[in-house]
Design a protein around this ligand. Structure first.
Ligand code: ADP
Ligand code: ZN
Length: 525
């Protein structure tokens, strides 16, 4: 039985004739072979890696129609238009069609005239449509953006969970699930929820070597951003992510007033305006899109030169996904993130106040902790990022830490001082007051509580206020200090701080970045 060689040859022929690509990339050929021969596959490949041909070509090689499940209507239309342009019989079925158009597509399906059908999950799952499918020859099911099945993820779509019926109702039709999100937990969830335990897993390296990662302390977000754009990305296209719609609006207006071609994008804007802004971002040169995370999934603009985050994303996966929109053309691009203690406090509180079950809170906390550890890392960002995605790598030479080494110092003693100050003042003050105590400032509050009498008073004069702030944030991020958000953000010493206080572990720290870009000023201390 010699099944494999034939599809391999036929697949290459299609790649060249239909797509005009000379050869397969990475593991595309293996994946196509496997699925064309009837196997299930889970494909984890970074954005821009070339996932589409992995299901499109097997669909063309096999008898019948390939059914592609995709969560995004706009994206479906783009992909189908591109396929039709190449002469592939493709169609789309979703709520944006008129009744007549829908009938037309169903007719094509029944006549066996389609090679690929893109369909929204809620449409696919209707009993009527499943019935229709049972009467057809089906080449395969492709489940694009498969991470949407993950309840912990930021793109969760409840309908995706029901896609396991495909396996029950069509056990002999191969299924291929694809995603650009690859942390272990999500991967496991996809396998379980989509009943893909038996599927072959194809994991491509998630490294995006052309993206430079930089994480910095937020001091004056707008000015830092302006310095970034004017200093290093003048006239270039970029995306600026903010958490809130209000901040999106404000930032876009502010940048525009500074002469930057900036446009806002968020789910609260009217659809027409949103569509126009997206269109301009795609067609014009050098547009900076200031957006909430509502913007970006499925946006295929190859020359985005930078992605800036003015607030912390919700997790490392989200961060990876969002920054992955930079540099799809392979040319140098930048991922820049500014964050502060306020983000940490806000995200922690959001989890605590959420309706999530206890179990999910635990997962969310762990995800946030991983993200914070990434932000506070004193070793290569890329190594940390890839490690989270399950890959081991060497220091990259293309992140802030690799490029500006020597910026770490042993902050063990300073950390001990800050923890002691917190402890000695009764664990009921915020970072500002603790810094005053450490720096020996006789403020009204210090005098009122007689804190100038404490042995910790003035023991931190040798360290800058800004450095104390950074240290405080790092101790919070890493769980040594606990913020009580109900009590005016007062700080308490956590159990995990014990080894540090006893001098059993050391605490390394990045010096705060005072100036943006190259050349950091070294604070005293
Ligand atoms: P993904 O869905 O993984 O983000 P796409 O399938 O959209 O990626 O492919 C990204 C880009 O790479 C597209 O422009 C596509 O035409 C191109 N591409 C895919 N496979 C190949 C290949 N074998 N050779 C050259 N270009 C390819
Ligand atoms: Zn690095």
């Amino acid at each position: 039985l010699q099944l494999s060689p034939a599809p391999a040859h036929a697949a290459l022929e299609i790649l060249q004739r239909v797509y005009g690509h000379e050869r397969f990339r990475g593991r595309q050929s293996d994946i196509i072979d496997h699925v064309a021969n009837g196997g299930d596959a889970l494909v984890l490949m970074p954005t821009g890696g070339g996932k589409s041909v992995c299901y499109q070509i097997p669909a063309m090689l096999r008898d019948g129609v390939g059914i592609v499940v995709s969560p995004l209507i706009a994206l479906m239309h783009d992909q189908v238009a591109a396929l039709q342009q190449m002469g592939v019989a493709a169609a789309v079925l979703n709520s944006s069609l008129t009744l007549d158009e829908m009938r037309e597509v169903e007719g094509q399906l029944r006549r066996g005239a389609l090679q690929l059908l893109y369909v929204a999950p809620e449409r696919l799952l209707t009993p009527r449509f499943l019935d229709l499918l049972h009467g057809l020859k089906i080449a395969l099911f492709a489940i694009d953006e498969a991470h949407c099945v993950s309840q912990w993820g930021h793109d969760f779509r409840p309908e995706y969970i029901q896609l396991s019926v495909l396996h029950q109702q069509f056990p002999n039709v191969p299924r291929i699930a694809l995603t650009a999100t690859a942390d272990r937990e999500t991967r496991e969830e996809i396998r379980q929820r989509l009943a893909l335990q038996e599927a072959e897993v194809y994991l491509t390296s998630f490294d995006r070597p052309n993206i430079r990662y930089r994480v910095t302390e937020r001091t004056d977000a707008k000015r830092q951003l302006l310095a970034l754009i004017e200093g290093e990305h003048k006239g270039e296209a970029g995306i600026v992510y903010c958490q809130s719609r209000k901040k999106v609006e404000e930032t876009a207006v502010w940048l525009a007033a500074k002469g930057i071609k900036a446009l806002p994008y968020h789910a609260g804007m009217d659809a027409e305006k949103r569509r126009r802004n997206q269109e301009r971002f795609l067609r014009e040169d050098g547009v900076v899109m200031v957006a909430t995370i509502a913007f970006g999934m499925g946006i295929d603009k190859p020359d985005v030169r930078f992605v800036a985050h003015l607030d912390l994303p919700s997790s490392i996966e989200a961060y990876y996904q969002e920054t992955g929109r930079a540099g799809r053309d392979g040319a140098p691009a930048e991922a820049w993130l500014a964050f502060g203690l306020a983000d940490v406090v806000l995200l922690r509180r959001r989890i605590e106040e959420s309706e999530l079950s206890d179990q999910r809170k635990v997962v969310s906390r762990r995800k946030l902790d991983s993200l914070l550890a990434f932000c506070e890392a004193t070793t290569c960002r890329r190594v940390a990022l890839l490690a989270y995605l399950g890959e081991t790598s060497q220091p990259c030479g293309n992140c802030d830490i690799c490029l500006e080494p020597g910026d770490t110092w042993d902050a063990t003693v300073a950390a001990q001082k800050l923890l002691s100050a917190c402890w000695r003042t009764g664990q009921r003050f915020g970072i500002g007051h603790l810094i005053d105590v450490l720096r020996g400032e006789t403020t009204e509050k210090v005098t009122r509580f007689a804190h100038e009498q404490l042995p910790v008073f003035g023991i931190g004069r040798d360290v800058d206020t800004q450095v104390w702030k950074t240290l405080g944030r790092q101790l919070v991020s890493l769980g040594y200090l606990i913020v009580d958000t109900e009590q005016f953000n007062t700080l308490a010493v956590s159990e995990t701080a014990r080894p540090l206080l006893k001098g059993e572990t050391t605490f390394m720290m990045r010096r705060p970045t005072v100036k943006m870009g190259r050349g950091n000023r070294r604070p005293r201390g």
